[in-house]
Design a protein around this ligand. Structure first.
Ligand code: NAD
Length: 431
């Protein structure tokens, strides 16, 4: 099948490349000439494990094509996916301007019958708005159906998540569009959930909000564990062994970040508000998440009393391992807060250093490795749980440090082992 994607970010490019690898011809529409030229040469512009190779292979095979011209992509395609950004507005609502702009361009280019699918995360009711936009601008004689296929991939494991998802959600009110989308997804495993458009749109927000709730629940338990002298990791192991609950996503730490959970939780609160439902549970999830970050900084402040003149080495900047994505990364808030309190900062991240430079204040030292970051530091703070940090030679790290204090924001070390090496150790929710 020939299909098109509008947007070549973490979702658009990864999904496009996977569909191309499955033998489809895939057009990707962008809006910046320089980026499209780089993509045509095989530069994915983002870091996602395995994407580089997949991109090059499918470019060489002629299955993946990049263009600035909507018409070229839309005319050739049976299905057009909208995979543009839906960032938060200041009031928490989803900003749909990129989706509507894409819908208008697709509409103007329609020829014959097309299926227009939102893959971006959009509030229930957006499909109808997209349909109205396309209907208004489409040429006479053309026709279309609207669908919603929300994306569930995780950055860092995007390729296998796209190929082997837990489920494929196809929401549409058109039998013809449903048949086309089921056929397109036939090589992708994962149970198909067939629904109307609004249901599919809500499934995505409900899923991300549930995952965020699990993280905030784990963090709330960690706050309490510290007070009662319990070990949150053991508590959650004990809880998670209950098959009705499971251990996954019960991660205590410095809170969730990234381009999805914070914005989707806020958007679902806003969506509920529009329908006069106060989503108290999610407001608390958001609040606990902020508390997780401020508690972590609070521990550092409490240890030193004053951070004036102290140097903190922050290890990990990306919002999670195996990505260079810095959107809403907890590291940003934590670093700003430490600087505000007078600390000097050295940082290291295996992949996200360049993107971090655009987000972080000046005066930060960008180190070449964890040992360089920890040089002359009064403390090390682990903010992202990169595997590289689990393997750190703590004896070597200690040699360069001024004071041996370790704040483990992701509980990646065994407290007793770290203390044996002479460190003062502070984890999350454990002594
Ligand atoms: N990143 C994830 O892990 C993830 C996972 C699931 C769902 N989502 C959702 O998918 C959507 C996209 O997320 P992302 O992380 O890929 O965003 P992104 O910011 O990485 O990519 C968005 C892309 O859209 C392009 N774009 C915007 N307007 C355009 C237009 N009019 N024409 C052509 N291109 C245009 C941008 O240039 C960019 O390449 C969002 O709604 C997000 O919530 C993201």
């Amino acid at each position: 099948m020939t299909i098109a994607f509008v947007g070549h970010g973490y979702v658009g490019l990864v999904t496009a490349a996977v569909f191309a690898d499955l033998g489809n011809t895939v057009w990707v529409v962008g809006r910046t000439k320089e980026k499209i030229e780089r993509l045509k040469k095989g530069d994915p512009l983002i870091y996602e494990p395995g994407l580089d190779e997949l991109l090059k292979r499918n470019l060489a095979a002629g299955r993946l094509k990049f263009t600035l011209d909507y018409k070229e992509a839309v005319v050739a395609s049976a299905v057009i996916f909208i995979a543009v950004g839906t960032p938060s507005k200041p009031n928490g609502e989803a900003d749909l301007s990129q989706v509507f702009a894409a819908a208008e361009e697709i509409g103007k280019s329609l020829v014959g019958y097309k299926v227009v699918v939102t893959k971006s995360t959009v509030p229930p009711g957006t499909g109808k708005k997209v349909a109205a936009i396309v209907e208004k601008v489409k040429p006479d004689g053309s026709s279309f159906a609207i669908a919603s296929c929300p994306e569930f991939l995780r950055e860092g494991t995007g390729l296998s998540d796209t190929l082997h998802p837990d489920r494929v959600v196809i929401g549409t009110n058109s039998d013809r569009a449903r048949d086309i989308l089921v056929e397109l997804h036939k090589s992708i495993d994962g149970k198909a959930v067939l629904s109307n458009v609004e249901t599919a749109e809500l499934i995505k927000y409900a899923s991300n909000s549930m995952l965020a709730t699990k993280i905030s629940f784990a963090n709330a338990i960690s706050f309490l564990a510290e007070k009662v002298g319990a070990d949150v990791e053991k508590v959650l192991e004990g809880v998670g062994l209950d098959k009705r609950i499971g251990r996954s996503f019960l991660y205590p730490g410095v809170g969730y970040g990234g381009s999805c959970f914070p914005k989707d939780v806020k958007a679902l609160i806003a969506i509920a508000g529009e329908y006069e439902y106060d989503f108290k549970l999610l407001r608390a999830v958001h609040e606990v998440n902020n508390e997780a970050r401020s508690n972590f900084v609070g521990k550092i402040v409490q240890h030193f009393t004053s951070l004036k003149g102290k140097t903190i080495a922050v290890l990990g900047l990306a919002f999670k391992p195996d990505t260079d994505d810095m959107r809403e990364a907890p590291s940003t808030d934590i670093i700003h807060s430490l600087i505000e309190k007078g600390a000097k900062i050295a940082v290291y991240d295996p992949i996200a250093m360049n993107k971090a430079k655009e987000k972080l204040p000046s005066g930060i030292r960008f180190a070449k490795d964890p040992y360089d970051a920890a040089r002359d530091a009064d403390a090390v703070a682990i903010v992202t749980e990169w595997n590289e940090f689990r393997q750190i030679d703590l004896v070597r790290l200690a040699k360069g440090m001024k004071h041996l204090v370790l704040f483990d924001g992701r509980n990646i070390y065994e407290p007793a082992r770290v203390r044996e090496l002479g460190f003062m150790y502070y984890g999350v929710g454990r002594m």
